[in-house]
Write a protein that binds this ligand. Structure first.
Ligand SMILES: [Zn+2]
Length: 208
């Protein structure tokens, strides 16, 4: 990500806090540093130290820029860019990189929730994007928490705390990610078979 991307992320996080104090801001910066390092270190194949340091420099640059803006106060309106953007919901087009946007559609998955184990749920995590850290997840129709029908595969990103009220963003891929689906199916099937065996053992034990 560029320094400007970090800047807008931090700006939104600062807008979301109740009281904009130096302490509250420094908490946000520390959280951002921690989250960034976590994210960078979890990328496969691993990034070089130089690549990690480059991202960290962009973040530190954004922090320094923000802090100098805080001291001088916001720039007068109408002169160039406004340093802080108005609070608004962040769209998926802003959180995914251009490659991930290009390979997906705006189609939303609709309601993702399960009631008594029946519903729709995301499973799996594949192909993390080196640019925006989104992963491929498949949305399933589930029964008793067992994934039964793969509805579609998505580029998926969890939202960072304080940045947006959305729990996650996702964009649908044109085709299902079958490698992930087979893996999930295998795990789901094993769980279902185990549940059936346990039920029979329990039943025989009760009546035997
Ligand atoms: Zn991406």
């Amino acid at each position: 990500m560029e320094q400007s991307d970090y800047l807008s992320l931090l700006n939104r996080a600062i807008l979301a806090i109740d009281k904009n104090t130096p302490e509250a801001r420094s908490k946000i910066y520390d959280r951002a540093r921690h989250a960034l390092l976590n994210q960078l270190e979890s990328i496969e194949p691993p990034l070089s130290n130089a690549a990690i340091e480059k991202e960290q420099r962009q973040l530190e640059g954004a922090i320094a820029q923000l802090e100098s803006q805080q001291k001088t106060g916001p720039r007068p309106a109408g002169k160039g860019q406004t340093p802080t953007q108005p609070a608004r919901s962040v769209t998926s087009r802003e959180v995914f990189c251009e490659h991930c946007i290009a390979e997906t559609s705006d189609k939303t998955p609709g309601d993702v929730s399960t009631i008594n184990g029946i519903g729709r749920k995301f499973y799996g995590s594949a192909a993390p994007c080196p640019e925006c850290a989104s992963v491929i997840r498949t949305l399933w129709w589930t029964v008793i928490e067992v994934p039964v029908v793969p509805l579609g595969s998505y580029r998926y990103k969890t939202s960072q705390e304080g940045v947006s009220r959305a729990r996650f963003w996702c964009r649908q891929l044109p085709s299902r990610h079958w490698q992930q689906i087979w893996k999930t199916w295998a795990i789901g099937l094993v769980a279902a078979i185990a549940a059936i065996i346990a039920f029979y053992i329990y039943n025989n034990y009760q009546h035997g």
